[in-house]
Write a protein that binds this ligand. Sequence first.
Ligand SMILES: Cc1cc2nc3c(=O)[nH]c(=O)nc-3n(C[C@H](O)[C@H](O)[C@H](O)COP(=O)(O)O)c2cc1C
Length: 188
Amino acid sequence: MEENKSILTEIYQRRSYRAISPKKIESRIVDSLMEAANYAPSCFNKQPWRYISVQSEEGLKKVQKGLNSGNSWAARAPLFILVCTQDDLDCKLDDGRHYAEFDTGMSVFSLLIQAQKEGLIGHPIAGYDQELLKNEFKIPAEVKLLTVLVLGYKGEDDALNERQLESENGPRVRNSVETWYAEEGWSL
Ligand SMILES: Cc1cc2nc3c(=O)[nH]c(=O)nc-3n(C[C@H](O)[C@H](O)[C@H](O)COP(=O)(O)O)c2cc1C
């Protein structure tokens, strides 16, 4: 995709890279990520997101144990953020609209854009054993561990397989706007 100069640089430059350095991240930066996450909008300002940061050697090992084999590239990361929520923490409308995951997603994107500004890679993943990580981090049964954010500075790409290397260095792949955007009414 061509760079559109009117788009925020952080939005344009953010990518889910996988070559991550083990270099530690200052606590000032972790604080800035949480502050950015906290400014997200939410239904009735319910703020349903719940985050657990993991940086200790012991904690990192626990997360590494829960990663799917396809996400072994993430094992070097110096920081994981477990993102949790549950429907009861946010608006649940009678017509079936539940907003906890939507609002948590907005908070995550705010965090990822701040990570980009701080020079960090922030890569959300779904490929982990939810039950194992919930047990290890004492997350209550009724709470969903929606995603794990893998964070770190850009590092060597020697832990990546061929397909991952292609994606790391290749162009960004997106559907064309006409396939999901309509004007004045549904034509999709
Ligand atoms: C909810 C979610 C789950 C994801 N799970 C994984 C994953 O398990 N492993 C992985 O390598 N990337 C994962 N990704 C990253 C996506 O593959 C990536 O965001 C997508 O290909 C678009 O690329 P970009 O983020 O660089 O723009 C996930 C992203 C999201 C939002």
